[in-house]
Design a protein around this ligand. Structure first.
Ligand code: GLY
Length: 404
């Protein structure tokens, strides 16, 4: 019979060894996935070069690859194209990981095409997505003072959409009249707060901090149901500031939980907690995360809407998984131990699924991931590769690499 002390010692060593082996495995797999992202990014650059017969048009941004196509559909970087910042962001992340000077050069070139956004009035709320994924990452990695000026100007522009009577930023000025949505705020708008917090700090502008906090507070009060699932759109009265109704635009219906909307909320409140340190946002981030995690299918990649009655014969949304995986890696640093383990394990499981044959594009396409759903009710970008899924997947991998 083994001496009790030796037995315990052996068990502890075995536990530590298994832990180390698991950690090494995560590190190896994360590195393999990041190398894959670099390969695909370079393939995309080659495709863009070939399309332009040797010269890249830096105003054309990869947006999606449909399930029946194998090459990128690009869109012009105009004020209407909300996704134009993700491709420059991917190039910045690629440079951060690989330190490859070609990626740096191309990140600078594509990012430069978005400067105009800092010099025009706000078209809609997407300025945070557009300018913080591109210039934000660019400034973080290079400290270029011009980038800082552009971000600060854009944050001021974004704040012009703030309505103090309501307490949130207007998301879609163009939708006010046709839909009779006098002041509309969409859940996605939570992502834009990060740029406001950054600009408040780096431009010493307390007003931007106050706008971000007011927006987060009102959204917390009005944009979620009692069970912590979110509406996509909250419609407010501009005279009283009260909520008129919660509706959907991209989800299944007004009562359903649209996967990406909830994902934006989880990511957004994680940032709000990081930037304010106020525990009420942490508590809220946990509640809206828990309802998301508890409704996930076995492979941890959500269906496009949690309440689509056609589930399981319904498309997934890999982008929502990528956004949440990235957020959970951060959130797992803030919560108590047992929750931390759940969140970190869920993030790892999501990343592992996304990195499997089922979701990865591999040689078939130059994107990173298949199976995202953009706008199902509109019949667009269903079961496709979409640029923001790739952006958040790479962000999640980099966060995982830093943590493991
Ligand atoms: N911001 C729009 C979307 O998530 O599709």
């Amino acid at each position: 019979m083994i001496n009790k002390k030796i037995g315990l010692g052996l068990l502890t060593s075995l536990f530590l060894l298994t832990g180390c082996a698991d950690e090494n495995k995560v590190q190896t797999e994360t590195k393999r996935s990041l190398d894959y992202c670099i390969t695909q990014t370079k393939r995309t650059l080659t495709e863009l070069e070939n399309n332009g017969e040797g010269l890249i048009d830096y105003t054309l941004m990869p947006r999606n690859i449909s399930d029946t196509s194998s090459s990128w559909h690009c869109r012009k970087a105009t004020k209407e194209e909300w996704c134009a910042g993700f491709w420059p962001g991917i190039l910045w992340y690629g440079y951060e990981y690989s330190e490859d000077e070609e990626l740096l050069k191309e990140a600078e070139n594509f990012t430069g095409s978005l400067e105009f956004l800092s010099n025009i009035p706000a078209y809609d709320h997407d300025l945070g997505f557009l300018v913080f994924c591109s210039y934000g990452n660019g400034y973080r990695l290079t400290g270029n003072p011009e980038y800082k000026k552009i971000i600060l100007r854009t944050a001021d522009t974004l704040a012009t959409l703030f309505n103090p009577t309501v307490g949130t930023m207007l998301s879609w000025p163009r939708e006010c009249e046709p839909n009779d949505w006098p002041h509309n705020t969409i859940m996605d708008n939570m992502i834009n707060l990060e740029m406001l917090f950054w600009a408040a700090k780096n431009g010493e502008n307390k007003y931007l901090y106050d706008v971000a906090v007011a927006h987060a507070d009102k959204t917390m009060e009005c944009h979620f149901r009692d069970d912590y699932t979110s509406y996509h759109v909250a419609v407010y009265d501009t005279i009283t500031g009260n909520l008129i109704k919660g509706v959907t635009h991209q989800g299944y219906d007004d009562t359903s939980m649209w996967a990406r909307g909830q994902a934006w909320g989880i990511y957004g409140y994680t940032v709000v907690y990081r930037e304010t340190g106020d525990p009420k946002y942490l508590d809220f981030a946990e509640k809206i995360t828990d309802v998301f995690i508890s409704g996930l299918p076995e492979d941890k990649i959500p269906y496009w809407d949690f309440n689509d009655p056609k589930i399981p014969d319904s498309p997934r949304d890999a982008s929502a998984a990528a956004i949440v995986a990235s957020a959970l890696i951060e959130l797992s640093d803030y919560v108590r131990a047992e929750k931390s383990e759940l969140y970190f394990d869920t993030a790892k499981a999501m990343i592992s699924s996304l990195s499997s044959e089922k979701y990865i594009c591999g040689e078939s396409k130059p994107a990173f991931l298949n199976h995202s759903t953009g706008h199902k009710p509109n019949g667009s970008e269903i079961d496709a590769s979409i640029i923001y899924a790739d952006y958040y997947y790479m962000e999640a991998l980099l966060r995982l690499k830093k943590k493991s």
